[in-house]
Design a protein around this ligand. Structure first.
Ligand code: Z5A
Length: 218
C-alpha cells in the first residue's frame, strides 16, 4: 500500500515533534517508514535551505522565494519520495505542497491557482494521502520556538519567523481554508493539546482510515 503523510502548520505548532513520534511508532510496528522535511531532504534541498531561511539583506521577491521552494520540492519528490512510495515505504514529510499555498499564496499574495499548477508540475502530481494540520494560534507557536537555541545571527529567527504576527495569522487562515476545501485529505488537530494526546489522535485517525494496516498496533 502506498501511504504518504504530511504535517503542516504554523511555526511551533509541533510538526517536528509529531513527525518524530509517528515515525518511532511505525518503526516499533515494523512498518517500513521514511521521514523527510521541506525545504531539505536531498543534497540540493539542504543547500537551498539556508538560502531560503537564513536572514539576509539580499532582496527576495516573493516569486523567487516560491521557485526556490518548488526546486527543492521537485528534487525531493524525484530523488526520495516517489522511489520510497514505489517500494511501499510509508513516507512522512514535515511540510509539503500546502506550505507554499499557505505561506507564499495566502500570506505573500501569490496567485493560488498558479502555485497549485506549479506544485503539480514540481511533484508530478504526487499528493499526500493524509495531511495532518496542527492548528494553533501563531502567537503561541512563536512563543514556543522563542525558547529554542539561537539558530541564526541577529535575533536568532529565520527569515519567515521574522515576519509580522499578521503574516503568520494569514498563514493559519490559509491552512484552515485549505483544510475546509480538502476535507478528505486533511485531519485537523488542535495543536494546543498535550503532545501524547495529539499523537494518539493521529494514530486513531490512521486506524480509522486504514484499519487493515494499523488496527493491530494502535
Ligand atoms: N516554508 C515556506 O514558506 N514555503 C514552503 O513551501 C515551505 C516552507 C516548504 C521552514 O522552517 C520554513 O519554511 C517555515 C515555512 C517556510 N517557516 N518558518 N520559519 P523550519 O523547517 O525551520 O521550521 P518549521 O517547519 O516552521 O518548524 P518549527 O518552527 O521547528 O516548529 P514545529 O516543527 O511545528 O514545532 P516543534 O519543533 O515540534 O515544536 C516546537 C516547540 O514546541 C518545541 O519546544 C516542542 O517541544 C514544543 N511542543 C511541541 N508540541 C507541543 C505541544 N503539543 N504542547 C506544548 N509544547 C509543544
Amino acid at each position: 500500500m502506498r501511504l504518504f503523510i504530511t504535517f503542516e502548520g504554523v511555526e511551533g505548532a509541533g510538526k517536528t515533534t509529531q513527525v518524530e513520534m509517528l515515525h518511532s511508532f511505525l518503526v516499533d510496528m515494523r512498518v517500513s517508514v521514511l521521514k523527510t522535511r521541506e525545504p531539505g531532504g536531498t543534497a540540493l534541498g539542504d543547500r537551498l535551505r539556508p538560502v531560503l531561511l537564513e536572514p539576509s539583506e539580499v532582496p527576495f521577491a516573493p516569486l523567487s522565494e516560491m521557485f526556490l521552494y518548488m526546486a527543492a520540492r521537485a528534487q525531493l519528490v524525484k530523488e526520495v519520495i516517489v522511489p520510497a512510495l514505489n517500494h511501499h515505504t510509508v513516507v512522512i514529510s514535515d511540510r509539503y505542497v500546502d506550505s507554499t499555498i499557505a505561506y507564499q499564496g495566502y500570506a505573500r499574495g501569490i496567485d493560488i491557482s498558479l502555485i497549485q499548477r506549479l506544485n503539480k508540475t514540481a511533484t508530478n502530481g504526487c499528493m499526500p494521502h493524509l495531511t495532518v494540520l496542527l492548528d494553533i494560534d501563531p502567537e503561541i507557536g512563536l512563543q514556543r520556538i522563542s525558547s529554542k537555541p539561537l539558530r541564526f545571527i541577529g535575533n536568532g529567527k529565520d527569515r519567515l519567523e521574522s515576519e509580522s504576527l499578521d503574516f503568520h495569522r494569514q498563514v493559519r487562515k490559509g491552512y484552515l481554508l485549505l483544510a475546509e476545501k480538502n476535507k478528505d485529505r486533511f485531519f485537523v488537530v488542535n495543536g494546543r493539546r498535550p503532545k501524547e494526546e495529539i499523537h494518539k489522535l493521529i494514530r486513531q485517525e490512521l486506524v480509522r482510515r486504514y484499519p487493515e494496516r494499523f488496527a493491530k498496533g494502535a
